[in-house]
Each structure stands twice: as structure tokens, then as C-alpha cells.
Design a protein around this ligand. Structure first.
Ligand SMILES: Cc1cc2nc3c(=O)[nH]c(=O)nc-3n(C[C@H](O)[C@H](O)[C@H](O)COP(=O)(O)OP(=O)(O)OC[C@H]3O[C@@H](n4cnc5c(N)ncnc54)[C@H](O)[C@@H]3O)c2cc1C
Length: 223
């Protein structure tokens, strides 16, 4: 979904730093000001002076005094290549936070979570891991190459499984949906899915067939 220009309600924020994290993907750090957000929410971000904006999940945690987003440069995309070309000191228009891909407080204490991501869909889970260190979770991260595991060290290693489709050396060779078929989940698990819609629709069906009720399935579709 493409966002309209955030200019009407958004504010400008200064770019503080960019860092490459592998696989044509980078992190944009920007000033936070007094913005409050819940882990799992997203922002609409555009370059100052330009009309287009796109949605990006917040990668950093509410306890940090900056905001970060994780962005993959999409070939022939409009906004993401322009974000990659940013320099510290430039300004972004930022609107939000938006969205309900969040974890209610009562579930954080007792719930068992399975986070399933493709590519940059790992971003809200990165935020959850930083913000809720006591959370009982596992992460399945679907990537093409090992370098697309980005900053995986934020996750407890025993809780993170990289499903790598095009290279050996990950935790599992294949797609996250193949992994799910081979490793059925406990029906009580709270399942959060984020990334491309093909994975999300397929994983929904697999999880429902394994007995997970639709009330325990939450999704954030990127494209
Ligand atoms: C709620 C929400 C949160 C999002 N969070 C993130 C995020 O944290 N990080 C992130 O990188 N993107 C995220 N996206 C996708 C992002 O908003 C843009 O669609 C993406 O950056 C491409 O924008 P663009 O202007 O460069 O390409 P466009 O000119 O808009 O489109 C180019 C094409 O690229 C496709 N596309 C979009 N994203 C990808 C991708 N990752 N890989 C391959 N093809 C893609 C689109 O379907 C489109 O056909 C999110 C989307 C939504 C709806």
C-alpha cells in the first residue's frame, strides 16, 4: 500500500546516520523528538520536499532516544533508493505512528509467540526483542541469502531460525512455509506474520490446518 504525502500531519526529522546491514538493505536513524509509539507500529516516511511517502515499521525500541527504520532498496522503486542516498543532516517528513501489529500487555506476560518474517519483515520483531527482553518467542526468518539475516544478534540465538532459500549455511534450507509444514506449531501459540503477502497467505493456511485459531494469527502485509 502506498502512503499519500505525510506533509499534512507529519513533522520533519533529521537523519542522524545510515548503516548498511547487507543484502541491499540499510538502517536509517533519525531524530525522535517526543514521539511515542508502541513496538510493532510503523511510520510513513518521505524525503523532505517530495510528494511520495512509504510505510516503514519501527526497527528501534521505545527505550532508545532515536528512531530507526530498516529499508530494503527495491530495484526501480521510487522512495527506497532515495532513502539509501540520504546523508546525515538531511530531513525526512515523518507521519505516525500507525498500526495495530502490537502485543497487548497481558499477552506479553504469559503468551508463547512465534514470529514469522520474510526479508525486512523482521523489523517489528527486532523492535519486540529490544523492547520486551522477557518475551517467550521464536523467530522464523525467511531470506534468500545468509547476508539477509541483517542484525540477527539482537535475537537470542536459540530463538532465531533463518530459513535460507538460495544458500546453504543457514539453520534451514528452504522457505519458512516449508519449515512450518515440517515443524507443526502448538495450537496455543500466538503467531505474528510480517512481510510479503504470498508468504502470509500460505502460512495462514498452514497454521490454521495445524489447529491455530484465527484469533491467534496476526499479520502485517508489506507488499
Ligand atoms: C505497513 C507497512 C510497513 C512496511 N514496512 C517496511 C519496512 O520496515 N521495510 C521495508 O523495506 N519496507 C517496508 N514496507 C514496504 C515499503 O512501504 C515500500 O513499499 C518499499 O520500500 C518500496 O517502496 P519504493 O517506493 O522503493 O518502491 P515502489 O516504487 O513503491 O514500488 C516498487 C515495487 O516493489 C515492490 N516491493 C515493495 N517492497 C518490496 C520489498 N521489500 N522487496 C521486493 N519488492 C518490494 C512493490 O510491490 C512494487 O511492485 C512496508 C509496507 C507497509 C504497507
Amino acid at each position: 500500500m502506498k502512503a499519500t504525502a505525510p506533509h499534512a500531519h507529519g513533522v520533519t526529522r533529521q537523519v542522524e546516520a545510515l548503516r548498511e546491514v547487507g543484502g541491499e538493505t540499510f538502517v536509517v536513524r533519525m531524530s525522535r523528538g517526543n514521539l511515542n509509539f508502541e513496538p510493532g507500529q510503523y511510520l510513513a516516511v518521505g524525503i523532505e520536499g517530495q510528494i511520495d511517502a512509504r510505510e516503514y515499521s519501527i526497527y528501534s525500541s521505545p527505550v532508545q532516544d532515536f528512531l530507526e527504520i530498516l529499508v530494503k532498496e527495491v530495484e526501480e522503486g521510487y522512495v527506497s533508493p532515495r532513502l539509501r542516498a540520504l546523508h546525515p543532516g538531511q530531513r525526512l517528513f515523518v507521519d505516525g505512528p500507525f498500526g495495530y501489529f502490537t502485543i497487548p500487555e497481558d499477552q506479553r506476560q504469559a503468551g508463547k509467540f512465534l514470529f514469522i518474517a520474510t526479508g525486512t519483515g523482521i523489523s517489528p520483531f527486532h523492535c519486540f526483542a529490544l523492547a520486551y527482553p522477557q518475551l517467550d518467542y521464536r523467530v522464523l526468518h525467511g531470506v534468500r541469502r545468509l547476508e539477509d539475516r541483517y542484525e540477527m544478534d539482537v535475537f537470542d540465538r536459540s530463538r532465531y531460525t533463518a530459513c535460507v532459500t538460495r544458500e546453504d549455511g543457514g539453520d534451514y534450507r528452504g522457505r519458512v512455509t516449508d519449515y512450518l509444514r515440517e515443524h507443526p506449531v502448538n495450537p496455543d501459540t500466538l503467531c505474528y506474520l510480517c512481510g510479503n503477502c504470498d508468504m502470509i497467505y500460505e502460512a495462514f493456511d498452514i497454521l490454521k490446518d495445524q489447529g491455530v485459531s484465527p484469533e491467534h494469527l496476526f499479520a502485517e502485509v508489506y507488499f
